[in-house]
Design a protein around this ligand. Structure first.
Ligand SMILES: *Cc1c(COP(=O)(O)O)cnc(C)c1O
Length: 382
């Protein structure tokens, strides 16, 4: 018996050790990890540079609170703003908190309350970010929701144009919907958002909690598009496994988050900053990101090649090392079977296999995963 609330259907694996892409369970069985803690361990498990940075910081100072100047916050924010459209950072501890901060900031900065989000989006589990999430199953039983959200079909330019008016504070989107099925924004959709921003002077918020920190082969996913977000939210990969999140905003928003307006006891904690600094120093590097892009292209092409004649596969989507394989059936049994064969993958909605390997994955490991997936999906469905 477990004393935990059963909020997660847990996999029958107890991980005892992890290194790179390899997890070893209590039976000594090895797994190839294409989940990476849900796009968290982007540098692989127990990355020596990140782990060393955490250990070194631990023995200096663990926590002081935001009443003090924390040097690591200055260093990490410098890395974030110099690789994005933003100018200032607010640190928190998770993706949902980063989005919660974004909801507060757009309302305060614009004095408007209407926010456009999209069906199949995922923005988190606190009341604000679950209200932003355009999925009924996430809302179920938790009403009343936070008011002001209007949900629009993703990639549907006309619906978006019809939904926007003078009262809209912001359009809030993922450039690739992660949990919702690995759906990429079309360039036309982004251009429509830019036009609406111009016309209505609204803010654009990009939730980069999953697509950020090198996942798609760029520092942030929006950088594949002609887009300059007012606000970017990050978490997941930011600390390579250490809990840390952040909101990156443009200079014109700084005043709206003045002293006393928003806060967090743990946000920007020295240990979290040490993890984030080491992670960003490694990933926010032109050569590193180029290799991610190359590996992503290889992975996508090989999967397409091997699954070409597979009747079970409807479509393969994604950018960099964020890939979705849409199947014509529920993928739960496929995920279980792959796990038995030593490969860990996730779902994104009922019918999509989601592949999120650490960005440090080798070509050999990509080939291993491709073989296992092809073997599984080429089985005649029962
Ligand atoms: C995971 C995720 C979140 C929520 O992050 P938490 O750290 O679990 O709160 C928000 N947005 C996106 C796009 C995500 O993938």
């Amino acid at each position: 018996m477990s004393n935990l609330f059963p909020t997660y259907n847990k996999w029958p694996i107890k991980v005892k050790e992890a290194s790179g892409l390899t997890l070893i369970d209590d039976q000594g069985k090895k797994y190839l990890d294409f989940v990476a803690g849900i796009a968290v361990c982007n540098l692989g498990h127990c990355h020596p540079y990140v782990n060393e940075a955490i250990k070194t910081q631990l023995d200096k100072v663990l926590h002081v609170s935001n009443l003090f100047h924390v040097e690591g916050q200055e260093e990490v924010s410098e890395l974030l703003v110099s690789h994005s459209s933003g100018d200032a950072v607010f640190f928190c501890n998770s993706g949902t908190e980063a989005n919660e901060a974004a909801i507060k900031l757009v309302r305060k900065a614009t004095s408007k309350k209407k926010i456009i989000t999209f069906y199949q989006s995922f923005h988190g589990r606190t009341m604000g970010s679950l209200s932003a999430t355009g999925q009924e199953k996430i809302h179920l039983g938790f009403g009343p929701l936070l008011e002001g959200f209007v949900y629009v079909p993703y990639n549907d330019c006309n619906s978006l144009i019809n939904a926007v008016d003078e009262d809209v504070a912001a359009i809030f989107l993922e450039v690739i919907q992660g949990e919702g099925g690995v759906h990429e924004a079309s360039v036309q959709f982004i251009e429509t958002i830019n036009q609406l921003k111009e016309t209505y002077n609204l803010l654009v918020v990009v939730d980069e909690v999953q697509t950020g920190i090198g996942r798609t082969g760029k520092a942030f996913g929006y950088q594949h598009y002609p887009l300059s977000p007012d606000i970017i939210t990050v978490a997941k990969g930011l600390g390579n496994g250490f809990p840390v999140g952040g909101l990156i905003g443009k200079a014109h928003l700084v005043e709206a988050f003045g002293p006393g307006s928003h806060g967090s006891t743990f946000g920007g904690n020295p240990l979290a900053m040490a993890a984030a600094k080491a992670t960003l120093e490694t990933i926010f590097n032109h050569e590193f990101l180029q290799v991610v892009e190359e590996k992503g292209s290889y992975f996508f092409l090989k999967l397409t090649e091997k699954l070409n004649s597979t009747t079970m596969v409807k479509e393969i989507r994604g950018k960099g090392l964020m890939i979705g394989i849409e199947c014509n059936q529920d993928v739960t049994p496929i995920i279980g079977s792959l796990r038995n064969n030593g490969l860990l993958v996730l779902n994104a909605g009922p019918n999509v296999l989601r592949l999120l390997p650490p960005l440090t994955v080798s070509y050999e490991e990509l080939d291993q995963a491709i073989s296992l997936i092809a073997l599984e999906l080429n089985k005649i469905p029962v």
